[in-house]
Design a protein around this ligand. Structure first.
Ligand code: ATP
Ligand code: MG
Length: 255
């Protein structure tokens, strides 16, 4: 079943076309990589589908619902949630408070859906806190729950960002460069969590800059170049596609 689709999605900034009639489709349960060189339009595409930017043209359909131009909160309520390339945890809040804050502005979200109408703010706060603590345990951040988020390492921030997004119970989670600024062991750790969540049913689109880095992780790679979809298919095939290789090595594309 198709969970997510863009139809000829376009975003222009003045004379610059950042996303150029991009049509992509994600099936329910898939783990898809979205790659492309610097400035290819990956983040802008995420911004347009999650309500952070208004697309210039085209459509975004999620779970059979046209969400084109909907506000971020409305899109998240449908189950489409994203993380940010440059995540900024609130340094003056603790790690737990950061995770709890993700549920704010989403009254009645599934994170707190156990609450019947009329229950008190305190009950809601308790449910949110318990949920946050379970997520912190899951990502092995429970020992840091009371530390200020500003103190976290790069890898811990990436995990915090994922924990925050899970407070909204996403059906599709879009991660913008979850590996940026982290290395070695932490990369493997983040991959293991993504795989585990995917096995449990969360659909993923993961942005990465590099071509080879997601091959082991994803079912499928979509390559964006100058805002347009250049290739889309099984990862092992896409990384060998001559046109894709040319984009990465700076060779001209023959058309
Ligand atoms: N708010 C904006 N105003 C004007 N131009 C923008 C804006 N945001 C992005 N751009 C331009 O749109 C193009 C696509 O940028 P985008 O950030 O989406 O690329 P990206 O694929 O995410 O790149 P990176 O790998 O560096 O994160 C770039 O040329 C960028 O300079
Ligand atoms: Mg980007």
């Amino acid at each position: 079943m198709t969970l997510f689709e863009t139809r000829e999605l376009t975003k222009r900034f003045g004379g610059l076309t950042a996303v150029d009639e991009a049509s992509v489709r994600v099936e329910s349960g898939e783990l898809v990589g979205l790659v492309g060189p610097n400035g290819a339009g990956k983040t802008t595409l995420f911004d347009c589908v999650t309500g952070f930017l208004e697309p210039t043209a085209g459509e975004v359909v999620f779970d059979g619902v046209d969400v084109t131009g909907d506000a971020p909160e409305a899109v998240a309520r449908e189950g489409l949630v994203r993380t940010f390339q440059h995540s900024r945890p609130l340094g003056t809040l603790t790690v737990r408070e950061n995770v709890m804050a993700a549920a704010r502005g989403h009254p009645g979200e599934s994170a707190v859906g156990a609450l019947a109408q009329g229950e008190s703010v305190r009950d809601r706060e308790r449910v949110v806190r318990e949920r946050a603590d379970r997520l912190l345990e899951r990502f092995d951040l429970d020992g840091l729950a009371d530390a200020y988020a500003g103190r976290l390492s790069g890898g811990e921030r990436k995990l915090l960002e994922i924990a925050r997004s899970l407070m909204l119970d996403p059906e599709l989670l879009m991660l913008d460069e979850p590996y940026a600024g982290i290395s070695g062991e932490t990369v493997a750790e983040v991959s293991a969590y993504i795989r585990e969540l995917n096995d449990e049913g969360t659909t993923f689109v993961v942005i990465e800059h590099g071509l080879e880095s997601l091959v082991e992780l994803v079912d499928r790679l979509i390559v964006l170049n100058e805002g347009a979809v250049l290739a889309d298919g099984p990862a092992e095939e896409v990384v060998r596609d001559e046109r894709v290789v040319n984009v990465y090595t700076g060779q001209p594309i023959e058309t």
